[in-house]
Design a protein around this ligand. Structure first.
Ligand code: AHR
Length: 334
């Protein structure tokens, strides 16, 4: 009986060994395929949030331009349609394809550890771009480059205090971005801190427009029906501000420099700055989407064995409708 068991065990061990060898050969073959199809190219898998805003389109364009074939890259972009589950599936797909680098623009902050560990186990460096992630282990990603969203919100609140009055009674409506994203969390925290600090400021409504023009309009329509007085509309991106302006136009509510509702917006895209120059948006805080060259530089440095900074914040400006110039708008690349 003991002998039979030993024979069975050794057959099992042999089968397992040949399975393992076959698996690793498959992996090598996949790597060879990649080298054949892409030559000496560096393959980068980019999991993008979606196409929810002008900012996002500019960000995708910037990545495409930076990771061109001419520069020796093969860029695979997967649009997650603003769903984290699709981003997780995209990362798994990149791992299966054995890309050289993974770039993740995360839709939300939480929930990445498991899939990032899979990428780490596969030996693929992950660069996080734009929004941040919350992780129990910072070694699960290689580098991050993006915006300080809390600072952006703080800049807007300082402008409100100086220009609308720290001691004034203000009825504030708040259009939030996608809940759980760093862009929403940082900008919302700054406004909430401003409301707690300034006793006259009252948040009358706060709801998410998911960073899109259509939802921004929809939410604003509801707010307008409920509240006859809105002194400030704090809008967490330009596209939602455009939607809100459409809603206000339809019911004859005035806004901007000469109107009753003062509008604060974020992104300062070309269209957003045009509305600022026209006096429709009172104050617009920049969120810079041109991360392509920044991420490309990180990858270039990683390839030569350098250690780029773990975290890098980009510098951002802000524009007041009463001060912005045509020249500033003309310089806008996105
Ligand atoms: O994460 C950056 C934000 O995401 C931008 O403010 C917004 O427009 C985009 O969709």
């Amino acid at each position: 009986m003991k002998k039979m068991l030993a024979v069975a065990m050794s057959i099992l061990a042999l089968t397992f060994a040949s399975y393992t060898v076959r698996e690793s050969r498959c992996a090598d073959a996949a790597k060879d395929d990649k080298q054949t199809s892409a030559g000496a190219m560096t393959v980068v898998g980019f999991s993008q949030v979606g196409v929810e805003s002008d900012w996002r389109m500019a960000n995708t364009q910037s990545m495409k331009k930076a990771f061109s074939e001419k520069k020796g890259y093969k860029l695979i972009i997967k649009d997650a349609q603003q769903k984290q589950s699709r981003q997780i599936a995209a990362i798994r797909d990149f791992i299966a394809q054995r890309v050289d680098y993974i770039v993740l623009a995360p839709v939300t902050e939480e929930g990445w550890d498991k899939v990032l560990r899979e990428a780490k186990d596969a030996g693929i460096p992950v660069i996080i771009v734009d929004r941040m992630i919350k992780t129990s282990d910072n070694d699960l990603f290689t580098c991050w480059v993006g915006s300080d969203f809390r600072k952006e919100g703080g800049t807007a609140v300082i402008w409100m205090e100086k220009n609308l009055g720290s001691d004034k009674d203000l009825h504030i409506a708040h259009l939030q971005g996608s809940m759980g994203s760093s862009a929403q969390i940082g900008r919302t925290e700054a406004l909430q801190a401003g409301v707690s600090k300034n006793p006259g400021w009252r948040m009358v409504a706060s709801d998410s427009g998911d960073f899109t023009q259509a939802k921004g309009k929809e939410v604003m329509e509801r707010i307008l029906k409920q509240y006859p007085q809105i002194d400030v509309l704090y809008c967490e991106n330009d596209n939602m501000a455009f939607g809100a302006m459409e809603a206000m136009d339809e019911v004859g509510r005035t806004y901007g420099v000469k109107g009753a509702t003062k509008i604060i917006s974020f992104d300062a895209t070309h269209a957003g700055l045009t509305a600022t120059l026209e006096g429709k948006i009172n104050f617009n805080v920049e969120c810079n989407p041109l991360h392509g060259p920044r991420v490309e530089e990180i990858i270039r440095r990683l390839k030569t064995g350098e250690r780029p900074a773990k975290l890098a914040y980009v510098d951002e400006a802000a524009f007041d409708a009463t001060v912005i110039t045509q020249a500033e708008l003309d310089q806008r690349e996105y």
